[in-house]
Each structure stands twice: as C-alpha cells, then as structure tokens.
Design a protein around this ligand. Structure first.
Ligand code: FAD
Length: 382
C-alpha cells in the first residue's frame, strides 16, 4: 500500500514577523460583523480584497514579473490562516488567488498570464469556477456544455450550476466538451477562460438555505470564446482540473470556516464557568484543529517543493470538513444559548449561521464519498 506524506513543518522567524503584520492590519478593522464571520471565504467584499492587494497579499507566491510577491507557500499559508481565523471577508478574490492564478501559471499562455495575473494581484479581476452542471456534479466527466469550433474561436452552449460568486466575478475558468464523448470519458474536455459579461451569458443567483445569494445558475447561449482563451492543451482539460483541485482542497479554509464560533464559544463558556464536560469537548476540538493545521502546512510545503499532493489534499479536506460539520452541534450542546438567525451580533448568530452552512462544507470542492474514493485509489486500495 502507498503511504500518505505529511512531513512535519516548522515555520520560521520570517513567517512569525509576517503573522504579526497581518494581525496588526486586521486590528485596524476591529472585529468583523458576526453575520459575516462564519464561512468568511464565501463573503464577497471587493473593497476588502483591494485592501489585501495593497498589502501584497494576493498572488503572494506568483513570480514578480506578473505582479506577484515571489513569496513561499508557507508565507501565503500564514496570511490566509490569519485572515480566515479573524473571519475576514475574503470571498471576492478567493478563487482567483487560490486556484485560477496558479492554473494559469501552470498551463496558461504567456499572453493569458500577462492579461490576467497583474489584475488579480491588484484585486481588479475576480474568477469563478465553472465546473458543475445540473446533472454533473460528482460525475464531472459527464458535463454536457459543449463548444463548437468556428473561425477564430469557439461557440459555447449549455449551462453551469452552483457557481460561487459568478454574479460578482469578471472571468470564469469553464470546463466544456470540445470533442464528442468516447470510450475514454475523460478525453475531449477543455478549459476556457470565459468573460462573465460576454454576449449570450445569463447569470442567475440561487438563494441558499441561509438566505444568501452566494451561488448561481449560468446559461450559455451561443457565447463566442476566442482561441486565445483556451487554457493549456485542447481536449486535455481533465488532467488540468485534477491539478487545480489539489490547490482547492488542502488549504486552511477547509477547517477554519467556523473558527470564530469556536473562539466565541470558549469565551462564553469561560464566563459561564468551565465544566468538566465543556473542557473535554473544547480540548478535543482544539487538538483536532492543531493536527489539521500541521497537515495543511505540510501540504503547503509540498506545493512549495513543486509536488502535487492530491491524496494528502483530499485527506485534509475530508477530515477538515468533518471537523467543521461537527463543531456547531458540539458547541450547541455545551453552550447555554439558542441559535438565532435574526441576531445581529454574538455567538447566537454565529451558531445559527454555522448550523445552516455546515451541510455544504462537505459538498463543495468534491463530496466526502468522492474524496474517499480518490484517497483509496491513491493508496492503491481500489
Ligand atoms: C457552497 C457550494 C459552493 C459551490 N461552488 C461551486 C462553484 O463555484 N463551481 C462549481 O463548479 N461547483 C460548485 N459547487 C458544486 C459542487 O462542486 C457540487 O455540489 C459537488 O461536486 C457535488 O455534486 P452534486 O451537488 O451534483 O451532487 P451529486 O454528485 O449528485 O451527489 C449527491 C450525493 O451522492 C454521492 N455520490 C455521488 N456519486 C457517488 C459515487 N460514485 N460514489 C459514492 N457516492 C456518490 C455524493 O457524495 C453526494 O452525497 C458548489 C457547491 C456548494 C455546496
């Protein structure tokens, strides 16, 4: 059986100084609204994203020739960990910084990098992910949105669904079928950069369980995409998507979405007087959090070394989302507080948001069952 690689990582002085800098920057903002801090990487605030950009914290690991910071993955880890732990509204730039930019660096043309990366780094261009379709979620290879070759480009028809923040983004990396299905169902797929304001595009928000307009349905009606917006190799989109998902699955957002709830609950419990049961529950969650953090750091370090730790990233996401889903119920049982979605502030509101949002944690970015299938295959068990 193959083994998972989670070499321990110890961050250095350089990262500690950076962490302090991020904390000082965040202190200037004070506490964020309780209604925004749960799953804050799904809270879109372009102005905040531009403030982060001005600090040099977007595209941190990208080469300086594209406006990037030329920093290490560990330095980026420190910045995003602090932002997420504070519940900062980082949703607007999240996808572009986490995966679309790295995808273009890996597979994009020089013209595409020059056209998009400097704008992403300045917080002026946000990307959405156009993978899922109404009948193609886990079974992504079955997508039906297709592109037909015309002079100078492609005509796209079809639809996408659950597209986070497409209504606030500028571009979308879109998976389309560019060749008819064959025996190899992963062949014939390609990734396009699609302008979300192009003629023929309709973006329609879907209201979530928590009452938010977070994700969308998207319809393509004869949308023209020029040849220079094809990413990487035509018909080889599947392997590119798999590489992209390694960036999507391993970060601290997979276990810090409800961190503010944990912190606020600890304060409440301290004030009410710590019982043996509550200390046990809190102790268990903090211990799990520390392990997840080390695992995620280890993945960041492997990305720094140019590796593609797809298996390890899947393990972090699977364990991380289980942690996040169990946390609200565990806190509800030890807090003497009712969750209240109408509350403007405080732990009642956080608890209510965390309960409403938790089911989605193990769906987005690949469901629990799909991840476990990937891990089993990676370990040679299936
Ligand atoms: C908050 C949120 C944001 C999202 N944002 C985006 C986005 O920006 N862009 C985008 O493209 N998509 C996005 N998605 C969609 C997400 O990727 C899909 O929901 C996910 O891939 C699952 O697909 P599905 O919803 O069609 O469920 P299905 O694939 O229909 O799965 C339903 C259930 O069946 C199980 N199942 C399916 N196949 C198997 C199998 N082979 N073996 C065992 N069990 C199986 C699944 O695990 C799941 O429990 C988002 C989803 C959420 C919840």
């Amino acid at each position: 059986m193959k083994k998972l690689n989670f070499e321990p990582v110890i961050t250095a002085e350089k990262e500690a100084t950076l962490r302090q800098e991020v904390r000082e920057f965040l202190a200037g903002y004070g506490a964020f609204k309780a209604s925004d801090v749960i799953d804050s990487w799904s809270v879109c605030d372009p102005e905040f994203s531009r403030a982060i950009a001005a600090k040099g914290w977007l595209g941190m690991t990208w080469p300086t020739e594209y406006g990037g910071g030329g920093k290490s993955y560990l330095e980026r880890y420190v910045v995003i960990e602090e932002l997420l732990a504070a519940g900062a509204p980082v949703g607007a730039h999240w996808v572009a910084d986490r995966q679309s930019g790295p995808l273009l660096l890996r597979f994009g043309t020089e013209e595409q990098r020059q056209a998009f990366l400097p704008k992403v780094v300045k917080g002026e261009c946000f990307f959405a992910i156009g993978m899922s379709e109404p009948n193609s979620g886990s079974d992504l290879a079955s997508i039906k949105t297709k592109a037909e070759k015309v002079d100078g480009g492609w005509i796209v028809n079809g639809s996408k669904i659950w597209t986070s923040w497409a209504h606030a983004c500028h571009q979308m990396i879109t998976l389309v079928r560019t060749a008819p299905p064959s025996d190899n169902r992963h062949a014939g797929l390609s990734q396009f950069i699609v302008d979300l304001n192009a003629e023929g595009m309709t973006v329609r928000p879907i209201v979530t369980l928590a009452g938010e307009k977070h994700f969308n349905e998207i319809f393509f009606d004869n949308v023209f995409v020029p040849d220079n917006r094809v990413v990487g190799n035509l018909n080889e989109g599947w392997s590119q998507v798999m590489a992209e998902l390694a960036f999507e699955r391993s970060g601290p957002e997979r276990f810090l979405s409800s961190y503010q709830l944990l912190e606020a609950s600890i304060k409440e419990i301290r004030q009410a007087g710590l019982s043996k049961q509550s200390s046990k529950v809190i102790g268990e969650f903090v211990a799990r959090l520390m392990v997840l953090r080390q695992m995620s750091l280890s993945v960041a370090n492997q990305l720094q070394e140019g590796k593609l730790p797809i298996n390890e990233a899947s393990v972090v996401k699977d364990l991380g989302t289980s942690f996040e889903q169990e946390l609200p119920e565990a806190m509800r049982l030890i807090l003497d507080i009712e969750p209240r979605s109408s509350a403007e502030d405080g732990v009642e509101r956080m608890l209510s948001d965390a309960i409403l949002k938790a089911p989605s944690f193990s769906l987005r970015g690949g469901t629990r069952e799909i991840l476990r299938g990937i891990i089993a295959r990676g370990l040679g068990l299936r």
